[in-house]
Design a protein around this ligand. Structure first.
Ligand code: ZN
Length: 506
């Protein structure tokens, strides 16, 4: 099952399709004649919002990674005011009505990583929140053998029980049943009965199901909730047939069941909410994140369904480093992480009044200087004085003060800029740090009498013994190594260059 490997990646796309699809459904517009126009309007709104986000991201006005556990915790703290919000798992959400408050249902599709979902649920638990976690029966953790979709693993029971019994979260069924039938040729009715019996006999009380956006949905054009007879609409391109699925040149007739036949009471995409937000939606390359939810746009009486996938979230990094730094034309740069300093050497005499640095910070970190947000390759500074960068780690609670020192020293120059034996040079290697030059010449060259052409910096002179050397004047005996003394313009500094001339080998 090679395709299974890619399910995780394609999942994102499928869930986005779901989001677009249900943004209308979930706002209670079932079978409405304005169905499509409302759909478009909402999509347009999202596009406009994300355009402005795109711009923000480009200029990095508030650069960050939006999917840290810390950010989710910060969001939960914002909705912890019980005089304004009621936050519930979905089964309680659908039965709870309050016109004076904003009622929020928290849904999480566990998808491929149960351990990560459990860690994610820590955030809610510690802050006194509860949510619904939908367990996926085609995920590796659910199966005893990842190649056999029919045999579950008992290992998941203790984790699910802990979430349900100790944390009072709701566990739901993340439905990938049409995939089972179409791709694995497994009878979904028998399977669902067996699995729900197993889970319930282990004390896991499942009353809700949520359709999973498998990669196969895109390949074969179906939605998993087509399994349930109650979930038959709406029509949309590529997903317009909930009766048959064409596979390998033949139409497979979908096997269906009723929610109540399995003791199920709701499908999470068919709830009584008027607002819906999901981190499965990606617009213009940007995944919707919780920071995009403007709580001011929610009003008493609103019923809000929020779907977050723990697999998209991570613990914020605590690194607040400058990992690389460069100024245009710099000679050298040393980053001292221990002392949080950056030392940059610039060429002597260069104007440092307004330079734009290019740098990389720790992942997810951002920097401010003088209270202003810094942007690599955009923000300019006067580097005649030490500059302070305050770097905020991705988790935002760790900050580090960095000092950037830019200096330039007058370095005496005693270098050859070029060196050649006219007419016979095959190759030249000038090694400025070793002060050596290696010239390869034609077989025909007479090493004892070779003319030399070279370039030196302005005012610099070259000597062999007591004799001043001039480019393209006279000859030099290169039968052995020849030492040149190169003297800087001020006559104070000098260095010895060793020139080796040899015949090229063929
Ligand atoms: Zn899913």
């Amino acid at each position: 099952m090679i395709l299974r490997r890619y399910r995780f990646y394609i999942l994102k796309y499928c869930l986005f399709i779901f989001f677009l699809f249900f943004i209308n459904t979930l706002s209670g517009q079932k079978n409405d004649s304005d169905h499509l126009s409302i759909f478009r309007k909402k999509v347009n709104q999202i596009l406009v919002e994300s355009d402005s986000l795109n711009r923000q991201r480009f200029f990095r006005v508030e650069p960050d990674t939006n999917f840290t556990w810390e950010k989710y915790a910060a969001f939960l703290k914002k909705i912890s005011d019980t005089s304004k919000y009621i936050v519930l798992p979905l089964n309680e959400f659908r039965k709870t009505f309050d016109n004076k408050k904003i009622v929020i249902g928290l849904r999480h599709d566990i998808d491929n990583d149960l351990n990560l979902a459990y860690k994610f649920s820590d955030i809610e638990y510690k802050l006194g929140f509860r949510a619904t976690y939908f367990v996926l029966h085609t995920a590796p953790y659910y199966l005893a053998n990842s190649n056999n979709m029919e045999v579950h693993s008992d290992r998941i029971i203790p984790i699910l029980k802990k979430m349900q019994d100790e944390r009072h979260f709701e566990i739901g069924w993340h439905n990938d049943l049409v995939t089972l039938q179409v791709v694995y040729n497994i009878n979904p009715v028998t399977f669902l009965h067996n699995e729900l019996n197993w889970l319930r006999s282990n004390g896991i009380n499942i009353v809700g199901t949520a359709s999973h956006g498998s990669n196969y949905c895109k390949v074969y054009h179906y939605l998993n909730f087509y399994f349930f007879e109650e979930c038959t609409f709406p029509a949309r391109p590529n997903f317009d047939n909930n009766i048959t699925v064409p596979v390998g040149g033949r139409n497979i007739k979908l096997i269906k069941g009723k929610l109540k036949d399995f003791g199920l009471q709701y499908e999470a995409y068919f709830l009584n909410n008027n607002k819906y937000f999901s981190d499965a939606s990606i617009t213009n390359g940007i995944r919707w994140n919780i920071g995009m939810l403007d709580l001011n746009q929610l009003h008493p009486g609103d019923r809000v369904n929020i779907l977050l996938h723990p697999i998209h979230w991570h613990k914020g990094s605590v690194s607040a480093n400058i990992e690389s730094f460069s100024l245009p034309g710099q000679r050298a740069c040393i980053i001292d992480t221990l002392n949080s300093t950056v030392s940059v050497e610039m060429p002597y005499g260069i104007n440092k009044d307004s330079l734009i640095a290019s740098y990389i910070l720790s992942p997810g970190a951002y920097a401010k200087s003088g209270g202003k947000m810094q942007v690599s390759n955009i923000t300019s500074h006067n580097y005649n004085f030490p500059l302070t960068f305050k770097v905020y780690a991705e988790n935002r609670s760790v900050q580090k003060i960095w000092t950037i020192n830019v200096y330039s020293e007058k370095r005496p120059s005693c270098d050859f800029l070029s060196f050649t034996i006219p007419g016979v040079t095959k190759s030249v290697v000038i090694n400025a740090s070793r002060k050596s030059i290696l010239v390869e010449v034609n077989e025909s060259a007479n090493l004892k009498r070779l003319p030399v052409k070279f370039d030196l910096s302005q005012g610099v002179t070259a000597w062999i013994g007591p004799d001043k050397q001039f480019s393209n004047s006279g000859t030099v005996n290169f039968s052995g190594n020849v030492n040149y003394r190169v003297v800087s313009e001020d006559g104070v500094d000098s260095c010895i260059w060793t020139v080796t001339v040899r015949k090229a080998k063929f």
